[in-house]
Design a protein around this ligand. Structure first.
Ligand SMILES: [Zn+2]
Length: 380
């Protein structure tokens, strides 16, 4: 099917996008922020956390820490499951965004759950071992965090991504050549591989990313992007992702996160000194204090959310400008932005406060505005 170009907004989709985005935001705040906080508080005040620790000690012996973590993860997942199902399945179907049946959704859900056990249980157990070993545990935790991030960046496209997506090498020769031409033009020599991921069996949303470090580096294009967009539009999306790559944005966020670790843990230690006895917890090294540890870190995350999102939007704008400089294709970038916005039912002009606290990307209205402005300033 021929792809309409240049794409113009569908007014009906713009109307629906407002409702869709609002509901998704409210749901997200409730299920990912408020519900876990309530869960942590209930566990602390009711003494349930102490009971889980004692039960883990009785059943798990020396393995009581990982056992506590498994029980804890299972409980919070169960608490979040109903709304997750509503938001990611029922609601997505209501707006025709999901192509999954219940079975496929549950399959993905359990894969994610298994992965969270495989990753979180050893990492959290390691953290508690570290706390018991040295008073400077938080310094080591920050260093280990950097190593783990590099490790996960490396294995992500080879191990984790294929758990959720069928991938195959991208074979469209014409498009491949265009992409490698941009990489050449921008002086990027070490990316040799482009993969296509089968998103269409899951949803109608389109995306692309650069993934991996060292030998695992590659570009991943969703098949929804390849089939639903013009070659020029795909080029601008790839150029945008290339912008993140050239600007080393993943590294920037890793450094920020690792710099946050030491002060966050110092706050956690201070809170534990003041409050842990109130809940019968034996200090920061006591696994029964995990809900308190997570409560404090969630509170810090919420406080830092605005500035972090503002920084993210700044990096996104830089990647957009990079794409304009790499391709010079203002019209394609604008058309692509509108098409993506309609496809993903994103709100193109959210309230400034909502955008400030919650949006990792600038609203489409702004992205289009500065693309056009770049076009006017860089005519010919
Ligand atoms: Zn981006």
């Amino acid at each position: 099917m021929a792809v309409k170009y240049p794409y113009e907004y569908d007014p009906e989709k713009r109307r629906i996008a407002k409702i869709y985005t609002k509901t998704k935001i409210v749901n997200g705040i409730f299920n990912s922020m408020l519900l876990p906080i309530v869960f942590y508080v209930v566990l602390l005040y009711s003494g349930i956390s102490l009971d889980i620790r004692d039960l883990s000690l009785a059943w798990g012996g020396v393995f009581y820490v990982p056992l506590y973590i498994v029980i804890f993860l299972t409980m919070i997942t169960a608490v979040q499951l109903p709304l997750s199902f509503y938001s990611e399945f029922v609601y997505e179907h209501k707006y025709g965004l999901s192509n999954q049946n219940v079975r496929a959704w549950l399959k993905d859900f359990f894969k994610e759950l298994a992965l969270s056990y495989v990753i979180s249980v050893p990492i959290l157990t390691g953290l508690y071992v570290l706390i018991g070993m040295t008073p400077l545990w938080y310094v080591y935790a920050a260093l280990i965090y950097i190593c783990l991030t590099a490790f996960f960046d490396y294995i992500y496209p080879i191990v984790i991504f294929p758990i959720f997506y069928k991938t195959k090498p991208f074979e469209d020769e014409g498009m491949r050549k265009k992409i490698f031409d941009i990489l050449d033009k921008m002086g990027v020599k070490n990316i040799k591989r482009i993969d296509v991921a089968c998103e269409s069996e899951k949803s109608n949303k389109a995306n692309a990313c650069f993934a991996g470090i060292g030998g695992s580096k590659r570009i991943i294009l969703f098949d929804t992007l390849v089939s639903g967009f013009t070659a020029d539009e795909v080029e601008t999306v790839v150029a945008h992702e290339l912008g993140h790559y050239v600007h080393k944005d993943i590294l920037r966020f890793t450094v920020i996160e690792s710099l946050k670790i030491v002060p966050v843990f110092l706050v956690i230690i201070a809170v534990f000194e003041r409050f842990s006895s109130m809940f019968g917890i034996g200090g920061v090294s006591d696994i029964a204090g995990l809900p308190l540890l997570l409560l404090v870190s969630s509170a810090i995350e919420i406080v830092l959310m605005g500035p972090m999102m503002a920084y993210s939007r700044k990096r996104e704008k830089a990647a957009d400008i990079f794409a304009l400089e790499a391709t010079g294709k203002v019209d394609a970038q604008v058309s692509c932005e509108k098409r993506l916005c309609d496809m993903n039912l994103s709100d193109d002009s959210a309230h400034p406060l909502v955008e400030y606290f919650l949006f990792s990307h600038p609203c489409a209205e702004k992205r289009i505005e500065y693309a056009l402005e770049w076009g006017r300033e860089n005519k010919d």
